[in-house]
Design a protein. Structure first.
Lengths: 230, 109
């Protein structure tokens, strides 16, 4: 069966994420747009996921827990997990390997932690848009040890992408790559990877329309992640 | 030594609106990994880099470097220049390599 997806969305926890990217707004907009699967993948954190997943209960939307992890090489790796517990375990390691630079909201933006009523309950004080001390290989291992799938993010971009920073996709077993919405797909079709295309939405209106589909046996996070692991 | 002096001696091109060219330059930091620059660049440094994306403006604001010098003839992205002008960040450029620029700057500072 074909399912509509957008697997790279930022909430207001990411400093670059608009304040309107609240749990309810993200879920409601995604339902309105007719998406089956979304993943909210904030930079190096999962702290808005519990609220987002709670909002999505009793809707037609399946929310995949994930994070956009920045490696020590400043490459963004999208991580998707079958459960919030798996995501949380990976997050603990990411947090322990942070560079611990303090956020300055006036420069980078607020990093708002919200509950399922969209009330801000706290702010993350450590700047999330920095590298961690973990290399690409270490990040991939960390994600896979926690049952997730590691996907080099927006590889077509000229910054924070595995190709822009390393010049190549290292041969360490990636099965799926992500392209941004402006990529020329024909350039990447013959590389031998599964390709997913996501919005990287930081604003509500940028969440994808039901355009991109993934073919799965059943509508579950486990099935989607297994498919992306190749 | 201020930004105007460096522009003249190194024959740099001014990419942004060019406000605050009398600001002093004290020391130099070289780096392209933005997280490293955030942690290590000092206020009033000239920051030499080949990174042209919009994120260099936030890094420059955070670290309070005097100016950004884009080397190897790299041009900043349009949204980067726009944001730099809004934030009052000076971006200069040179066709020289980072090494050549650093050597010349080192002789001046």
């Amino acid at each position: 069966m074909n399912f509509y997806y957008d697997l790279h969305i930022h909430s207001a926890l990411s400093p670059c994420g608009d304040i309107d990217m609240t749990p309810n707004n993200i879920v409601n907009m995604s339902v309105l747009k007719g998406l089956d699967f979304i993943a909210v993948t904030d930079h190096n954190s999962i702290l808005n996921l519990p609220a987002i997943m709670e909002c999505a209960q009793n809707t037609s939307l399946t929310v995949i827990p994930g994070m956009e992890i920045e490696t020590s090489e400043e490459v963004h790796i999208l991580s998707l997990f079958p459960s919030i517990d798996d995501a949380f375990k990976a997050y603990e390691t990411v947090k322990n390997n942070s560079m611990n630079i303090k956020n300055k909201p006036e420069i980078f933006g607020h990093q708002a932690i919200m509950n399922s009523e969209d009330v801000i309950v706290d702010f993350e004080s450590t700047l999330l848009v920095t590298a961690t001390k973990l290399s690409i290989e270490q990040v991939k291992k960390l994600i896979e040890c926690n049952n997730g799938v590691a996907i080099p993010a927006h590889i077509d971009r000229n910054s924070y992408s595995i190709i822009s920073n390393l010049g190549t996709i290292p041969d360490i077993g990636f099965k799926t790559i992500e392209l941004s919405k402006t990529a020329d797909i024909t350039q990447y079709n013959n590389l031998g990877f599964n390709i997913i295309i996501n919005s990287d939405a930081h604003y509500l209106e940028d969440i994808f329309e039901p355009v991109n589909t993934i073919n799965l046996e059943e509508k579950s996070a486990e099935c989607l992640i297994s498919h992306l692991k190749g | 030594m201020n930004i105007s002096d460096i522009i003249k001696e190194l024959d740099l091109t001014v990419v942004t609106d060019g406000c605050d060219l009398n600001r002093k330059v004290d020391g130099c930091y070289i780096g392209d990994l933005l997280s490293w620059v955030m942690s290590n660049a000092q206020a009033d440094n000239a920051w030499l880099t080949i990174m042209s994306n919009i994120n260099i403006v936030a890094v420059a604001t955070l670290t309070d470097v005097s100016c950004i010098i884009l080397c190897e003839d790299v041009s900043p992205d349009e949204d980067c220049v726009e944001k730099a002008n809004t934030q009052g960040i000076t971006i200069l450029k040179t066709p020289l390599s980072v090494f050549e620029t650093a050597v010349k700057l080192g002789n001046l500072l």
